[in-house]
Design a protein around this ligand. Sequence first.
Ligand SMILES: *Cc1c(COP(=O)(O)O)cnc(C)c1O
Length: 404
Amino acid sequence: MNKEPVSRELFDEVMVPNYAPGNIIPVRGEGSRVWDQEGREFLDLQGGIAVTSLGHAHPGLLGALQEQSEKIWHLSNVMTNEPALRLAKTLCDHTFAERVFFANSGAEANEAAFKLARRYAWDHFSPEKHEIISFKNAFHGRTLFTVSVGGQHKYLEGFEPAPGGIHHADFNDLDSVKALISKEKTCAVVIEPIQGESGVVPADPEFLKGLRQLCDDNDALLIFDEVQTGVGRTGHLYAYEMYGVIPDILTSAKGLGGGFPVAAMLTTAKVGASLAVGTHGSTYGGNALACAVAQKVIDTVSQPEILKGVNERSEKLRQGMMAIGERYGIFSEVRGAGLLLGCVLTEQWKGRAKDFLAAGLEEGVMVLVAGADVVRLAPSLIIPETDIDEALERFETAVKKLAQ
Ligand SMILES: *Cc1c(COP(=O)(O)O)cnc(C)c1O
């Protein structure tokens, strides 16, 4: 295969059409800037959807990747593996967790979490205690189990029959959970502390505390899907710290590898014990290259000055977006935490989030959407403040043209 530049048309010739990528083809990135085939520059407020947590071509990550790549890339899980154990130890040291399972994507980490919850209830209670309570509009991944637990039925259409024993309550409505939960049947409640894909909707602290109590009263496990909110995204290493609510199982992916695919399921020793030898596995889970890169990500992001920096950048970006929102009457609210922000479109602009993404690209700034009504931002956790200023300027130019 030659290395001629590829065209957008090639996508339609060789890919299944499940995505609809744009015409801009980024080929290189550095920090929070990205350049396309034609050398046009973009400020990146997408972060690969909360993935490139330390920006592009971070020297520390390049170093970790290079160093490990010259030693060993991959070992089977029959072997004991240094980078995986070091990373697991680091994750346990920094969180509530005592045990870790490695996977390669958010969906896989959630799949492991849901299987573990059922297995734990099967071990300690009864096979009838297998029901999972999730929330409307939740997103947990695209495998059949995770998409079934997710709360958007359109993602299941045509893929049924779905796995059974799954119920959906209303987000931030404890009574709706009370109506579904039972000691006899419920093995777990799973929630995103901030619903990401469906619009950057934060859970109320009192609601999460209430869920913790309900789970305890009903011998059910509380699972936090922190695939999007984890690894410093909210200004805390994990969002559960911000809420002061400790889950039994937590899943992490997206930002964990800073752009290298890796995921983790964190849990306690007692719960983790139910994934006994042979009950679950993953060929690539714990891959040495992935774990060496993730180690560098966690070592970097867990530093107090980095997390403090996330909150400072958050304030700047939030205020900047709110000011633009007010000047042009486009945003009613900027919600979220840290560098996971959702700018909610006003009534007049509802349904047009995609137009802002497209207009931003025209002016050299990459933003995301979360549903049709929210412009989502998830930049590098270390985006330079001057890049935030410039990104806001470019976004304002885009908005000005759109609002004309
Ligand atoms: C992105 C996401 C997932 C799915 O992760 P993949 O790596 O795409 O499988 C699961 N849960 C949440 C909250 C996410 O944001």
